[in-house]
Design a binder for this molecule. Structure first.
Ligand code: NAD
Length: 480
C-alpha cells in the first residue's frame, strides 16, 4: 500500500515516529494508502528547514521566484490527468470535476501569483517640501498554511502560492482526509528544483500537526481555511501571540430568487450552486428563498430536475454527484436530514444514502436533497450542513428576505437573481456577506477579495489582498 511522505527540507521523508494513519477512498469505503501521523518533532524539523531557506528565498528577485512558480504551474498542467485521478480517488468527487476545476485552478493559483508579484507596487506619500514617505513591503518569514478537504489541491495552493511569491517560506498542512495531491505536489516541487526548505508539507492530524503549527513561536503568520469552530481554536491560540491570521471559515449562504429573474438561468445555476462537489463547497447556496409569485413553479421544476441528477462513482461520466468525503461526514449530513424532519420539514426529493453496485457498494453516496416547510430560524436553516442538502422557502418582500438571509452567524457569500438593476444594487449593499453574486454563482476573478464577514472569517484572500497579507509594510519617512 502506498505510503504518503512528508516533504521537509526538500526531501521526502517518513514521520519521525514511524506511525501512519489510514487513508480511505470514499468511492469504495476501502483504505488505499497511508498518511504520516506526524507530530511536533516533524513540524519543528520543517520550521528549521523553512527558517534556513528564508533569507535566500526572500532575497531572490521577483523574476526568479516567478520562474519557480511558473514551472510548478506548468508541471501541474502536464500532470493534469494523474492529479485529477488522484484527487477524485482521495475525495470522492467526479473525475470530470477534478479535471475541469480542481487541478486547472491549482495551476492558475501558481500562475496568478507568479505574475502578480511582477505587477505589484509600493506607495509613496509626498509631503511637499517637508518630507517624503515611501512604504516598502517585506515577507514575514515562515508562514503556516492549513487547508481543508473539500477542494484539496485548489485551496492548498491558493495559500501557498501567494506566500511563496512574496518571499516567505512555508510549512503547510493539507487535510488528513485528502492528503494525496499535496504529496504529489511535493514531488513536482522536487522535479522543478524548488530550493530545499522553501516549501515544507507535514501530513497528519489537525490537533497534532495543525495545532503545533498554530502555536509554533517561529511561525508568525497563519493562513487557515476550514470550519468555524477550528478557526475559533486557532484564533484562541494565535491571537495572544499576535500572529497575523487569515481565517476562511464556514458558510450558510442564501440563494435569493426574485420573480423577475431569468428563470431558466436561475434554475440551472441553482442546481449547480446546491449540489456541485456534493454540496461540499463553502460557497454553495444552501438556503433557497424564492419570491412567492414563482415559488411553486420554481420549486416543482427544481425538484423535477434534481430527481434526474445521477449519483455515481467518480469515474462514471454521467454522474453529476460522486461520493461525499468520508463515512463520518455522510452520517453527519444524514443526521441533518433527520433533524430537518423533526423540525417539521418535508423532504421533497432525496434524503437517503445511495448504495451502488460491486466495488462501490460501501462508498459514501448521498441523494441530492431538497427540504421544504422549515422556518428560517430553525437549526437546519442556521447550521452549516456542507453536503447535498438545501432548503427552499417562499418570501414576499425584499425586506423580509434580507432578514432571512442575514439571520445566520455566517456571512460568506450570497446569490441574488433579479433583472431589476436598482434592486440588485440595493440587495448587494444590504446583504451581510463578503461576496455577492448577481445572476451568477461562483464566477471567480482571482484579483477580487475573497472571504467572509461575521463567523465566516477574518481577512481576505485573493489578488493584492493576499500579497499584502503575506508581507509587512514598513514606512520610511525622509525629512527634506
Ligand atoms: P476542519 O476545520 O475540520 O479542518 C481544516 C483543517 O484544519 C484540516 O487540515 C485539519 O486537519 C486542520 N485542523 C483541525 N483541527 C485543528 C486545530 N486544532 N488546529 C489547527 N488545525 C486544525 O474543516 P474541514 O472539515 O476540513 O473543511 C470543511 C469546512 O471548511 C467547512 O466548514 C467549510 O465551510 C470550510 N471551508 C471554508 C472555505 C472558505 O474559503 N471560507 C473554503 C472551503 C472550506
Amino acid at each position: 500500500m502506498e505510503k504518503i511522505q512528508n516533504y521537509i527540507g526538500g526531501k521526502l521523508c517518513e514521520p519521525q515516529s514511524g506511525n501512519y494513519l489510514d487513508n480511505y477512498n470514499p468511492a469504495t469505503g476501502a483504505v488505499y494508502s497511508l498518511i504520516p501521523d506526524s507530530d511536533k518533532s516533524d513540524v519543528d524539523k520543517a520550521v528549521i528547514a523553512a527558517k534556513n531557506a528564508f533569507p535566500a528565498w526572500a532575497a531572490l528577485s521577483s523574476e526568479k521566484r516567478m520562474g519557480f512558480l511558473m514551472a510548478i504551474a506548468d508541471k501541474i498542467e502536464e500532470n493534469l490527468e494523474d492529479l485529477a485521478l488522484a484527487e477524485s480517488k482521495d475525495n470522492g468527487k467526479p473525475l470530470w470535476l477534478s479535471k475541469a476545476v480542481d487541478i486547472p485552478r491549482a495551476a492558475s493559483n501558481f500562475r496568478f501569483y507568479a505574475t502578480a508579484i511582477m505587477h505589484d507596487k509600493t506607495d509613496c506619500f509626498d509631503m511637499g517640501e517637508v518630507a517624503i514617505n515611501y512604504t516598502i513591503r517585506k515577507p514575514i518569514g515562515v508562514a503556516g498554511c492549513i487547508s481543508p478537504w473539500n477542494l484539496p489541491l485548489y485551496l492548498f495552493t491558493w495559500k501557498i502560492a501567494p506566500a511563496l511569491a512574496t518571499g516567505n517560506c512555508v510549512v503547510a498542512k493539507p487535510s488528513e482526509v485528502t492528503p494525496m495531491t499535496a504529496y504529489l505536489l511535493s514531488k513536482i516541487c522536487t522535479e522543478v528544483g524548488l530550493p530545499d526548505g522553501v516549501l515544507n508539507i507535514v501530513h497528519g492530524l489537525g490537533h497534532k500537526v495543525g495545532a503545533t503549527i498554530t502555536e509554533h513561536p517561529e511561525i508568525p503568520v497563519i493562513s487557515f481555511t476550514g470550519g468555524t469552530s477550528t478557526g475559533q481554536q486557532i484564533a484562541r491560540v494565535a491571537a495572544p501571540m499576535f500572529k497575523k491570521m487569515s481565517l476562511e471559515l464556514g458558510g450558510k449562504n442564501p440563494n435569493i430568487i426574485f420573480a423577475d429573474c431569468d428563470f431558466d438561468d436561475a434554475l440551472s445555476t441553482t442546481k449547480r450552486s446546491s449540489f456541485a462537489n456534493q454540496g461540499q463547497i463553502c460557497l454553495c447556496g444552501s438556503r433557497i428563498f424564492v419570491e412567492r409569485p414563482i415559488y411553486e413553479k420554481f420549486r416543482d421544476a427544481f425538484v423535477a430536475q434534481t430527481k434526474k441528477m445521477v449519483v455515481g462513482h467518480p469515474l462514471d461520466e454521467k454522474a453529476k454527484l460522486g461520493a461525499v468525503v468520508s463515512k463520518d461526514h455522510m452520517e453527519k449530513v444524514l443526521s441533518y436530514v433527520e433533524l430537518a424532519k423533526e423540525e417539521g420539514g418535508t423532504v421533497l426529493v432525496g434524503g437517503k444514502r445511495v448504495i451502488l453496485d460491486g466495488e462501490y457498494a460501501n462508498g459514501y453516496y448521498l441523494e441530492p436533497t431538497i427540504i421544504e416547510g422549515l422556518p428560517f430560524n430553525c437549526r437546519t436553516n442556521q447550521e452549516e450542513i456542507f453536503g447535498p442538502v438545501v432548503t427552499i422557502m417562499p418570501f414576499d418582500t425584499e425586506e423580509e428576505v434580507l432578514g432571512y438571509a442575514n439571520s445566520t452567524k455566517y456571512g460568506l457569500s450570497s446569490t441574488v437573481w433579479t433583472s431589476n438593476l436598482k434592486r440588485a444594487h440595493r440587495m448587494a449593499g444590504n446583504l451581510d456577506s463578503g461576496i455577492v453574486w448577481i445572476n451568477t454563482w461562483l464566477l471567480r476573478d482571482l484579483r477580487t477579495p475573497f472571504g467572509g464577514v461575521k463567523q465566516s472569517g477574518v481577512g481576505r484572500e485573493g489578488g493584492f489582498e493576499a500579497l499584502h497579507f503575506f508581507t509587512e509594510p514598513k514606512n520610511v519617512c525622509i525629512k527634506l
